[in-house]
Design a binder for this molecule. Structure first.
Ligand SMILES: C[S@@+](CC[C@H](N)C(=O)[O-])C[C@H]1O[C@@H](n2cnc3c(N)ncnc32)[C@H](O)[C@@H]1O
Length: 289
């Protein structure tokens, strides 16, 4: 596999080991939404699917479960290193009907027809998403599915309960860095307009968001990870300094600000133990600490 340099340079989050780790954790947060979205969009056994900007393959693997071995999934990404890991994950899952292809979506020369073309957090990076959708529609068999899951990053300022000024600050850093780098941070809210601009029917839309309200929430690590990936751009555009950001402790401070606020509310209630926390472990057992 070869790395495609021209597009990699324009991918704002980079392809570092830290970025891959963050993508994995982010997948745990988003995969339940994505699975529902793909299923509701009509992915069924036997379908042949193209997953654009597949990264570590989370979406490809979810699609592979839905289409089964009678179907197939082709994941495409510009990064050979990310695809190597995606390939290993597909093998570990025992999926022989998933393949990966190094390629730039903007320049792809596929002639093959698909039953579904899908992607998560990819249209936001494209210069001309409507033109891309128009081209993709031509690769679909009659009655085929186009299904995308995209961010609305600015509205994420409200994604913790209670609200956290540090969280809001970090979301603002990310929004501004993306804006300066030409990445569409509101792609989710622009999906309908983009489909219409591509002369496609208006899509069925839904809005889902993970909300941080418990100590185990992975969103603190994900946001801090995105900020880490964006450090070069944040400094280059003068949005924040390394000192402002304090990247090594950012995730912990985000968690502490949200959770500390819960704790102070708890401790202000008479008779409530201030450090007592309730959560759910991986096996679904209720934990009280
Ligand atoms: C935010 S990641 C999302 C990965 C995956 N879809 C997920 O949700 O876990 C975006 C991915 O799109 C890839 N990408 C960006 N621009 C691309 C392009 N023009 N062609 C192919 N892949 C691209 C990046 O290399 C990166 O792996």
């Amino acid at each position: 596999m070869s790395e495609i340099q021209s597009s990699v340079q324009s991918y704002a989050l980079g392809h570092t080991p830290e970025a891959f780790q963050r993508l994995l954790v982010q997948g745990q947060l988003f995969n339940p939404f994505t699975r529902r979205m793909l299923s509701d969009a009509g992915l069924r056994a036997g379908m042949h699917v193209l997953d654009l900007g597949c990264g570590l393959g989370d979406v490809s693997l979810l699609a592979a479960e839905l289409v089964g071995e009678q179907g197939s999934v082709l994941g495409m990404d510009t990064s050979a290193s990310v695809l190597q890991l995606a390939h290993e994950r597909a093998q570990a899952a025992g999926f022989s009907h998933v393949a990966f292809l190094v390629g730039n979506i903007d320049e792809m020369a596929l002639t093959q027809q698909f039953d579904a073309i899908i992607g998560r957090l990819i249209l936001m990076y494209l210069q001309e998403p409507a033109a891309m959708l128009r081209r993709l529609a031509k690769l679909l068999r009659p009655g085929g599915v186009l299904a995308f899951q995209e961010h609305d990053i600015p509205s994420q300022v409200d994604a913790t309960l209670p609200a956290s000024p540090l969280w809001q600050q970090a979301v603002t850093w990310v929004t501004r860095a993306f804006q300066m780098a030409g990445v569409e941070s509101r792609m989710g809210m622009k999906l309908c307009g983009t489909f219409l601009e591509a002369s496609l029917p208006a899509p069925h839309l839904r809005y889902e968001a993970a909300i941080g309200a418990g100590p185990e929430w992975a969103g603190f690590e994900v946001l801090a990870g995105v900020v880490r990936d964006l450090l070069p751009l944040l400094q280059k555009f003068g949005i924040a300094t390394l000192e402002d950001i304090g990247i090594e402790t950012l995730a912990a401070r985000l968690r502490e600000e949200v959770e500390g606020s819960h704790d102070s509310r708890r401790s202000s209630r008479p008779g409530h133990a201030s450090r007592r926390r309730i959560g759910v472990d991986r096996a679904g057992h209720r934990l009280v600490r």
